[in-house]
Design a protein. Structure first.
Length: 133
């Protein structure tokens, strides 16, 4: 249903550094930087895997902060997102793990970005089970 979303950040360079590192384990990166002549001089970048779906723009951060969940292809990616986001200056807001109160296969991790937004990586797939003979 949602095609893309955007957030405003107080310090674009700090936020870009955070998202560059946090999204790398999810195979997402900056795919487009909007030329400043189209943004009245404001920094704007779009992250995604095959097209920009998560936009970051310089400005007054929204209040209250947002909760945004991004998809991960595996539980390992959720774990790697959490580790990378913390190393990039994020604040733990829920370690990787199952959240059965949401859904039985809901595996997520939560990190507060530099502006206090709750950024989550979530995987809904069931991991492969070891084969038994």
């Amino acid at each position: 249903m949602i095609d893309h979303t955007s957030i405003s950040v107080a310090n674009f360079d700090r936020a870009k550094n955070f998202y560059d590192k946090a999204f790398a384990p999810l195979n997402a990166s900056v795919l487009y930087v909007v030329p400043k002549q189209f943004t009245d001089g404001v920094n704007v970048a779009g992250y995604g895997r095959d097209r920009p779906t998560f936009w970051v723009s310089e400005g007054e951060p929204q209040k209250p902060p947002l909760h945004i969940a991004v998809t991960a292809e595996s539980r390992d990616q959720v774990d790697a997102f959490h580790t990378a986001a913390l190393a990039a200056g994020g604040v733990d807001n829920g370690p990787p793990g199952l959240r059965p109160h949401y859904h039985e296969n809901y595996y997520g991790a939560f990190v507060l970005d530099p502006d206090g937004n709750n950024i989550e990586a979530v995987c809904h797939t069931v991991p492969d089970r070891p084969k038994t003979d």
